[in-house]
Design a protein around this ligand. Structure first.
Ligand code: MYA
Ligand code: JJ1
Length: 388
């Protein structure tokens, strides 16, 4: 079990609960000249490529690989269907490295069969801001599973991250690996309950009829908070200040600057949506909420092919209750025709989930750090980080 992960500088199961080990980097950086200069060996039929996501063709190949082979739920009823626009956004944040967008092709046919990515991020752990890579979109074609390709891909992305003098990483996964810094629960708020039930995403509760269910999840047509509006480019400085201040309370959180906020939070149609509350009196920006768009393919349904899901991203409340802010977010998502609004129990999300009629899903999300030890498992509410 975990023959690969046992060799890596990550917290090991045998060390859980041992508080004598120091918190922080597990291994020291080596001189850059000691980092392996050539890529790791792949089985002979395959070759490495660096993906140019700006190329429409490359982006389409990555999109096709992921849309057919990426993450599914436990019962293989739904598969994440990240859009091309989303991939371009997620993979090209300020300071990104093209060399961290890694593909594997079949030499003979040139078919793309595996993918892994990193993007740079500054992540604060307690009092220390650490330059890290966020690793995401690890995918091996269904026909090439269980051949130990994933460890090679992970070693190769690690090597390319090291070449940029970065020695830590953050990642999430639906599976348990050595060892989670925290384990979060997915929660779901039905916006279009009839469709969700029809496609098997949710079920009619006991003693519930369809019309009773539709009524239960009904939302007002218009948002309720005075001064609630879309975030605009001129709001970047104020939102950055608000967010920076808010994220201080969490043990692990990104250290965002204005460039990050501009890239990650300014509204992009069908990718990310941000709203804020501008005080009608003082014109101060006091509250903020955002969600990203990640549809899932519905596998094998006669009537529907995609589920339109909004995922809670970063939210900040200082003036109005978080519950009211998120209710307005639900109203906006409903207006925009999303079928479901998803959230993790991170940050202060527990304070609104039950009251706003979110229900726990059957999926969990485990958070990990590479080459950075934390001696305690964190409560989800101690996490201020959401990966895409
Ligand atoms: S999480 C999303 C992962 N993708 C999917 O779930 C999509 C569908 N599944 C697949 O494409 C394949 O099943 C994958 C595994 C590619 C996941 N993270 O090649 P194998 C370990 C890490 O025979 P396959 C995301 O994107 C497994 O425990 N390790 O298996 C974040 C075993 O190791 P060990 C994983 O099924 C990714 C080994 O791989 C994962 O054909 C973060 C088996 O390899 C997983 N999700 O392929 C990556 N799943 O024997 C780590 C399985 O030891 C980044 N495994 O148990 C680390 C930081 C790197 C940068 C460091 C910089 C300093
Ligand atoms: O979406 C998920 N589960 C859904 C569908 C379940 C279908 C059967 N397996 C779910 N629905 C219930 C909703 C219901 C609505 C009314 C109130 C009560 C609840 O539970 C799950 C999350 O719960 N999603 C997944 O399993 C997808 C994979 C999650 C791991 C992601 C890995 C991330 C990759 C790294 O970046």
């Amino acid at each position: 079990r975990n023959k690969f992960w046992e060799t890596q500088p990550v917290g090991q199961f045998k060390d859980l609960g041992d508080t004598s080990l120091p918190e922080g980097p597990i291994e020291s950086p080596t001189p850059l000249s000691d980092v392996k200069q050539e890529p790791f060996n792949l089985p002979n039929l395959y070759e490495w490529i660096t993906c140019d996501m700006d190329s429409e063709e490359m982006c389409t190949e990555v999109y096709n690989l992921l849309s057919n082979n990426y993450v599914e739920d436990d019962d293989n009823m739904f598969r994440f269907n990240y859009s091309k626009e989303f991939l371009l956004w997620a993979l090209c944040p300020p300071g990104y490295y093209r060399s961290w967008h890694i593909g594997v092709r079949v030499k003979s046919s040139k078919k793309l069969v595996a993918f892994i990515t990193g993007v740079p991020a500054r992540i604060r752990v307690r009092d220390t801001v650490v330059n890290m890579a966020e690793i995401n979109f690890l995918c091996v074609h269904k026909k090439l599973r269980s051949k130990r390709l994933a460890p090679v891909m992970i070693k190769e992305v690690t090597r390319r991250v090291h070449l940029e003098n970065i020695w830590q990483a953050a990642y999430t996964a639906g599976v348990v690996l050595p060892t989670p810094i925290s384990t979060c629960q997915y929660w779901h708020r039905s916006l279009n309950p009839k469709k969700l039930i029809d496609v098997g995403f949710s079920r009619l509760g006991p003693r519930m009829t369809m019309s009773r269910t539709i009524k239960l999840y009904k939302l007002p047509d218009q948002t309720a908070t005075p001064g609630f509006r879309k975030m605009e480019p001129h709001d970047v400085p104020a939102v950055t200040r608000l967010l920076k201040n808010y994220l201080k309370q969490f043990l692990v959180a990104p250290d965002f600057d204005e460039n990050d906020v501009e890239h990650l939070l300014l509204t992009r149609e069908n990718v990310v949506d941000s709203y804020l509350v501008e005080s009608p009196e003082t014109h101060e920006i006091t509250d903020f909420c955002s969600f990203y768009t990640l549809p899932s393919s519905i596998l094998g349904n006669q009537n529907y092919s995609t589920l339109k899901a909004a995922y809670s991203y970063y939210n900040v409340s200082t003036k109005i209750p978080l519950l009211q802010l998120m209710n307005d977010a639900l109203i906006v998502a409903k207006q925009k025709d999303y079928d479901v609004f998803n959230a993790l129990d991170v940050m202060q999300n527990e304070s609104f989930l039950k009251e706003l009629k979110f229900g726990p899903g059957d999926g969990k999300l485990h958070y990990y750090l590479y080459n950075y030890r934390i001696n305690h498992v964190l409560r989800p509410s101690e996490l201020g980080l959401v990966l895409l």
